[in-house]
Design a protein. Structure first.
Lengths: 401, 416, 264
């Protein structure tokens, strides 16, 4: 009796009634269940790998991939390794994601503001847009755009606009900046960033002076002028030192018997359709976020600002939008994340993004390893977006103080 | 005397002409300023032109034959093909499942006693019954199929009668029977080896809208409870439980569904013993459900965070246990607060069912695409096909958000 | 440390508690509470007799709310003993739950359950905790609603009621559990002036009926009428313990005088 009591009590309380003990028991129980499941799955996978002699490990990464990748932004050749092919595929995903986010945000803000317009036609049109595009699966939209591009005439009969813009069923080919010397480009880009910062500093300084003196000193125009001037100066300097401009324009040219195109930049049908589809789809969601954000700013703010004599545009820019941003940013970040993940549908329309390439790879390389790698890649992208969101939140918190 | 001459000034002065009626509305909403007027005119012209060319295309050059050609395959995929049901007729099985559903709707109508539920029940039944009159030749769509479609009308009233005149007419029974109908439909579709006339049909032939709906219903029914469990786990004071839930949620939210679906096809068979019964539909349903649960968990968590802490304190001080507090106080309020987000997630889940193409299943979208790829003479009609598919999805998703706004309206009392 | 010793200690304290004062329903000995590094309660020692009405006064942040919240374990005290009706508040989950259902608590912000009708707010705990059948719980609830003067509001939702009515429902909800002790945490602070009286009347009637009550309030008028004893809190400790009359007319401590000069 006493022995039993001694074993099953703590602080004089039976263990099955002790709050702390109960918590520990729950934790241990759930951990045991999960660990058991994971171990069981893992053991099964290991067994299967051994029994069925399924390849495993990461040594394949050094092997040559030996499969072409459709559109790619980094130089790529079939003899490149699996590892490099994964890098190329990730770059494809990241480029679509970043471009898509930029365009979708702009379109979404325009539609979201239009939704609140007091012009009935404008707000109704944006409502129709939002209700349609966000309620139809992205996949259907992607196919729609993809087959439109595919139905364009073939290259020889395709449209040529201004001699340099080729539109045909392979996509759109356009002039594109090209670099002869990498060092010169990097140097110029560095200086250009410096010029932008300088312009921003001049803008801020002139705004301060305008506020303290009350005299207009054209801060916006001066800032832009400093930025452009600095950039141009850097361009000339590098041009003089290197003997040529840091960036030249590469124009598309026809070659061969079938009127094929070289040089310039070709956005393939898959890339075009993916970008259009992602942007139109995500913009509908962003528009709703923007609308809700603006509406979350109380009517009193708007009225107070109008009472002070600010114009509607100034009210939106200086009073409503800065406050709405705080509501808008978190869901906006999650839309960026969604867009990035949704780019994985590009495979369905022949764009070689990460999932599509990984899927092809599983035919010649261990699936488990590839799954772990691309999962890590997607999680890294998600984390990057969260990081952007957190940085912004911190910035907002500092401003609020 | 003086008072007699003064008219009743304060009463009934009509408002100025320009602020009421059509003119007033137009002035307010279309021509409130010169730039607004200009915008109205430009947008009006553009909209009219777009409508004009749109309708001209729909009734002119657009060729809708591709839709008719695919026809029933949009609805049940390859379920009724020779390869799927060897030496037997199985067209009636999905139709019987549909009848079970209309019967259930009839019961719901009986319990709700009209109103909104009635409208939904009648609409669904009417659409099913009207489908019996699609002008196909009888070779393509037989009399038996048409009769079974029409049988949805009596099925609706059987359900209504069951609810009105038997003891089955309670919410509890409808909930139980919903689960029963879903499982029975699955059983009907799958078949049983020892029942003649009900031979098994492999899930690889299940397709079309039927597949989308089956996946969506299973996902919706399961992702809410799993999501609630995950949300509670993530808010738990127990660090181990919390960590496990956070890892699960973040992994499933961080990776695209299509990647998970594809990899489930490769990895899940390895993770279970070799003789473990499973198939691609089962795996797809599990992955879609878990994926949706992770998002659902975050929605519910938002609702729980918005709760006033005093609610929990009041419940605890009344002597309710932790579980009772969660079940009767916290969760009902949290779920109610985030109904729009939950329905949004249901809609996303329904749209996501179109991603099963990655594992080679022919849902309604992939059915259409496979058809035009296999019949290149229809490649030029891809626009018609995808506009049709977009409309089908839109009807369902818009219907879902309509239903949710109705539910919200009904719950409006007392929620604030 | 030896677990059996702890067990015996508990038995002993409970027994001692019984011997020390038969009628003491709440005994607090050297109760300490920290929020992080903030010392919110610095050794509170007091006891409350059955049927006594104790009003707790003190400036905001003095620990008076924290003190009554430790009595039903909404806050966990870290040192000292609290014994309620012979049961010591420890980590024993059975003790916590039985004490909670014996102590009712009324909050400043009412904390009615907005998704339940008034009647369901009241019947929830008796049905779920005491396992009463619905009919009995509802009958009981209606009696209580009559007692607090609003039987006609039974089928409304809390949001449809005025603040004073909501607080009266909250009191009825707690009484439905037939508690031995009622705690009031500034029950009238969130009310408009014209509604304060209707709530104070209900509380006064409750005090007359012999309920043991601990009330945190700034309503000095009510306190003088209803209270048997005042506890004056400042900086997490009891500065003065006195009868209402003595405290209001002839406070012993400097801090009490300062406080009274500010609120009167």
């Amino acid at each position: 009796m006493t022995l039993l009591t001694r074993i099953t009590t703590y602080e004089g309380i039976p263990l099955w009634r002790h709050v702390g003990a109960l918590r520990w028991a729950a934790q241990i129980a759930s951990a045991v269940v999960v660990v058991t499941l994971v171990v069981w799955f893992f053991a099964n996978i290991v067994n299967a790998i051994q029994d069925r002699q399924i390849p495993h490990g990461f040594s394949f990464l050094q092997r040559a991939y030996q499969t072409p990748i459709g559109q790619h932004f980094l130089p790529y050749d079939s003899s490149d390794s699996f590892l490099y092919a994964l890098v190329v595929a990730s770059t494809n995903t990241v480029i679509v994601a970043v471009a898509g986010v930029a365009l979708a945000t702009m379109l979404g803000i325009v539609i979201g503001v239009a939704r609140l317009s007091n012009n009935w036609i404008l707000s109704s049109l944006s409502k129709v847009y939002i209700e349609f595009f966000r309620n139809v699966p992205l996949l259907v939209q992607l196919f729609f755009w993809f087959y439109i591009v595919l139905e364009l005439p073939p290259i020889r009969e395709g449209y040529v606009i201004g001699g340099n813009l080729y539109i045909n069923n392979r996509g759109i080919t356009m002039p594109w900046p090209a670099a002869d010397s990498l060092i010169a480009v990097v140097l110029w880009l560095g200086l250009a960033v410096g010029a932008v910062l300088l312009g921003a500093a001049v803008h801020r300084m002139l705004v301060r002076r305008e506020i303290s003196t009350g005299k207009s000193s054209y801060p916006v125009i001066s800032g832009i002028a400093v930025t452009l001037g600095g950039g141009a100066l850097a361009w000339l300097l590098i041009g003089m030192v290197a003997g040529e401009a840091p960036l030249t324009v590469s124009y598309p040219e026809e070659y061969g018997a079938f009127g094929r195109l070289q040089n310039g930049f070709t956005a393939s049908a898959g890339l075009l359709a993916l970008l259009i589809g992602l942007v139109m789809y995500t913009a509908a969601f962003i528009a709703e976020i923007v609308r809700a954000g603006i509406q979350s700013v109380g009517r009193g703010q708007f009225e107070a600002s109008r009472a002070l004599g600010l114009s509607p545009i100034d009210t939106l820019r200086h009073v409503t939008f800065p406050q709405a941003l705080r509501v808008i940013i978190p869901p906006l970040i999650s839309q960026c994340l969604n867009l990035t993940k949704n780019s994985s549908l590009g495979g369905a329309i022949g764009y070689s993004e990460l999932t599509n390439v990984a899927k092809t790879m599983t035919q010649t390389a261990p699936a488990v390893s590839i799954f772990l790698l691309i999962m890590a890649a997607y999680l890294a992208m998600s984390l990057s977006w969260s990081l952007v969101g957190n940085l912004y939140n911190r910035y907002v918190r500092i401003v609020e103080r | 005397m003086a008072t007699r001459d003064v008219p009743a000034k304060t009463a009934e002065v009509p408002p100025p002409m320009m602020t009421v009626g059509v003119m007033g509305w137009a002035r307010e909403n279309l021509f409130s300023a010169w730039y607004n007027g200009a915008l109205t005119i430009v947008l009006g012209v553009v909209t009219l032109l777009a409508l004009w060319f749109g309708f001209a295309w729909i009734f002119g050059p657009a060729d809708w034959e591709v839709i008719a050609k695919i026809g029933g395959r949009f609805v049940i995929g390859q379920y009724n093909t020779e390869a799927a049901c060897i030496g037997q007729d199985c067209f009636w099985r999905p139709l019987a499942g549909l009848m079970l559903v209309t019967m259930l709707l009839g019961m719901a109508w009986g319990v709700a006693g009209g109103g909104f539920t009635k409208r939904v029940a009648i609409t669904v039944t009417a659409v099913a019954a009207l489908a019996a009159f699609i002008p196909y030749s009888f070779d393509v769509m037989g009399l038996d199929v048409r009769l079974l479609l029409l049988a949805n009308i009596p099925a609706l009233f059987v359900g209504l009668a069951l609810a009105r005149y038997t003891r089955l007419g309670t919410m509890k029974w409808i909930a139980i029977m919903s689960v029963g109908v879903f499982l029975l439909t699955l059983l009907l579709l799958r078949g049983l080896p020892w029942v003649p006339g009900l031979q098994p049909v492999s899930v690889i032939y299940w397709g079309g809208l039927m597949l989308n709906l089956l996946l969506a219903v299973a996902g919706i029914a399961l992702s809410l409870p799993i999501g609630i469990a995950l949300a509670l786990g993530r808010r738990s004071r127990l660090p181990v439980v919390k960590m496990l839930c956070v890892v699960f949620i973040e992994v499933f939210r961080g990776v695209p569904l299509i990647t998970l679906l594809f990899m489930s096809q490769v990895l899940v068979p390895l993770a279970f013993p070799e003789n473990f019964p499973q198939n691609s539909l089962f795996r797809a349903a599990i992955i879609i459900t878990l994926f949706s649960s992770a998002y659902m968990a975050e929605n519910i968590r938002g609702g729980l965070q918005a709760l006033h802490p005093g609610q929990e304190e009041a419940a605890r001080s009344l002597g309710l246990s932790g579980w009772q507090t969660t079940a009767f106080i916290s969760l009902p309020q949290a779920v109610r607060n985030v109904i729009p987000a939950i329905v949004g997630q249901f809609i996303a889940l329904f749209k996501d069912t179109s991603l099963v193409y990655i594992i080679g299943m022919l849902d309604i979208v992939e059915m259409g695409r496979a058809f035009i790829q296999g019949n290149p003479q229809y490649l030029d009609n891809a626009q018609e096909l995808f506009i049709f598919l977009a409309l089908v999805f839109w009807v369902f998703t818009y219907g879902m958000s309509y239903v949710s706004s109705k539910i919200e309206g009904n719950l409006g009392v007392g929620s604030r | 440390m030896d677990a059996s010793n702890g067990h015996e200690n508990l038995e002993k304290t409970a027994a001692n508690g019984g011997e020390m004062a038969d009628e003491d329903i709440i005994i607090c000995r050297d109760v300490h509470k920290w929020f992080g590094s903030f010392h919110a309660l610095k050794g509170v020692t007091t006891s409350v007799r059955e049927g006594e009405v104790v009003v707790i006064l003190g400036p905001s942040g003095s620990g008076k709310s924290t003190f009554i919240r430790t009595l039903n374990r909404l806050e966990e005290h870290q040192r000292g003993d609290i014994i309620v009706d012979g049961i010591e508040l420890t980590k024993d989950i059975r003790n916590i739950e039985s004490i909670r259902s014996e102590i009712g608590m009324v909050f400043q912000s009412f904390n009615l359950f907005p998704h339940l009708k008034v009647i369901d707010n009241i019947t929830l705990a008796p049905m779920k905790v005491r396992k009463w059948p619905r009919a009995r719980a509802e009958e009981d609830a209606m009696t209580l609603l009559e007692r607090v003067g609003i039987p006609e509001q039974a089928d409304k939702y809390p949001s449809q009621l005025s603040g004073g009515q909501q607080q009266r429902v909250a009191i009825a909800r707690e009484l439905a559990m037939q508690p031995k002790i009622m705690l009031f945490d500034e029950p009238t602070s969130a009310l408009d002036p014209e509604m304060i009286k209707e709530v104070l009347d209900v509380m006064g009637e409750l005090a007359e009926s012999g309920m043991t009550m601990l009330v945190v309030t700034h309503e000095v008028g009510f306190a003088r009428e209803a209270a048997d004893r005042f506890l004056f809190f400042d900086h997490g400790e009891i500065v003065e313990e006195n009868t209402p009359k003595e405290f209001l007319t002839n406070p012993k401590e400097e801090r009490s005088k300062l406080f009274l000069s500010q609120i009167l």
